[in-house]
Design a protein around this ligand. Sequence first.
Ligand code: JFZ
Length: 580
Amino acid sequence: MTCLTRLALLLLAAGFLCAQPSQPPLSDQERLEWFKNDKFGLFIHWGPYSVIGRHEWARHRFQIPQAEYDTYARQFNPVNFNAEEWVKIAKNAGTRYIVITSKHHDGFAIWRSKASDYDMEITPYAGDPLKDLAAAAKKENMRLGFYHSIMDWHHPLYRPKRTWESKTPEAGGDKGRYVDFMKDQIRELLTGYGDVAMMWFDGEWEHTLRDLKRDDEVYDFIRSLQPNTLINDRLYERKPGNKADFGTPEQFVPSTGVTDPSGKPVLWESCVTINTDSWGYNKYETDFKTDRDLIRMLVEVVSKGGNLLLNVGPTPDGRIQPEFQTRLAAMGRWLKTNGEAIYGTTASPFARLPFFGRATVKNNELFLHVFGWPKNRVLRVPGLKNPVFSARLLGSDAPISFKKDNDEVTIQLPESAPHDIASVIALKLDSTPVVVESPIRPDRRTGILELGVESSEIETRFEQRAKKENALGHVFLTRWTRNDDVPTWNLAVPGAGRYRVAISYGKTARPNQDAGEFTITVGAQKLSGKIENTGGDWVFKSFNAGELALTAGTHTLKVSTNVRGVEAMQLEKITLSPVR
Ligand code: JFZ
């Protein structure tokens, strides 16, 4: 063979190898394994909108003409970007995968894309950020996926155009050729950047490409390039229950996990910003979730069987702002001690727990994440059938004792919590937990039913906002700003009887403003009352709400309000006292 033929053969072989999927296809089960185990990912929104620094929708919100926006794109020059630094931040936070915007709605590709002339090549930056990130991630065993917007405000063939920039937004264009373009870019991402953990599509909610019915084609195309890449539920009209690998609740934690239309639970991942509501860098967004909010959110998500994809929006020069870094580091420190109760676990077997906290499970081990350390240092876990072999407190040598009576475990806790935000007790059981529903019952001695907010579940029709919080020995509801959020309790009484109902809450009413009403509902019975000023937030006072007649058996009690937009009250508890 001449040198030339040898070279030609070599090139041919290389080309052939490139066209092959990088990994042999796994079964559905195997493919999803890492996602179920890893639980926690870092979302990164980064592009020309970061230059503007006012939210990733800036071009639309401020109606910036394309030509003007392009000047920002041409300034995108992340000279301080260091992929290894980013991966280190992700790793220290305890995240196990990164999802970065390969292309957001503005249509700009943050890699050197051959299929497009609207990409890194028009910037002064010489490198390819995605290449660097892929290499750094691979080195650290960090999985990498791409957020890719279907909606495209730049591409000449995409329709609709923004209504503010066109009188005939639907006219012209060529959606079919736009999909071809999208496939060309997807091919670049799935052949040039190593193993891609997931394709996280977005923008299907504009329904632009619905009628083309090419989502299966794109889906199969991805599978043909990388058979094990996960695909979220925002590829065209793909919804949980179709072929999507997971659902994507955005900016909220679903109240009881996510199901497909037939009611079958599906995998899901909540994506959430650390600031209030900017995914891309926004220098004017200075309100951040606390370490406490974020760690408890991670626990809550995992206790409901989901993943958390937590977002940062780096600065245009390529740094992750310190407010994000400190919070991520705090999560990482917590996970160092408590990660065994997060990674590789499954959802809580309990519909409700009587204490302020959450549960997760790994095989024969039940993890109790305690948010509010009980004042009497007694933790009750009713409804657990299994024998308990041992109990330990993660991150502490303090001994803890426990006893088991019938279906109830009582744990004696040490003086103080090892972690102020969430401390984890691990119970070794004989098998995977077997749990029976256990409604709240009257105190044996006094006959009183205490319905603390900690033992409620918050039902919601849409995007729960209300959160449980604790301070100074109180557990209460904060951010109860949607009247769709309804705290709900299950209770059981042994015999029929009348109960006096008290409601305890804190509330600062504004002068000359109607504070609204609450309503307590049990079956057909309703007790309503005006929400009173208690003298301050976190000043808890108890008010008489009237009387209820309960029949023997189980009941559901709900508290709702007619308040929207502002916090209704800091609900603490409902107390039902028997009327003798
Ligand atoms: C989308 C993006 O628009 C947003 O910029 C960010 O990338 C987020 C992760 O995903 O958010 C949405 C999704 C749906 C709607 C609005 C914003 N919607 O249906 O109006």
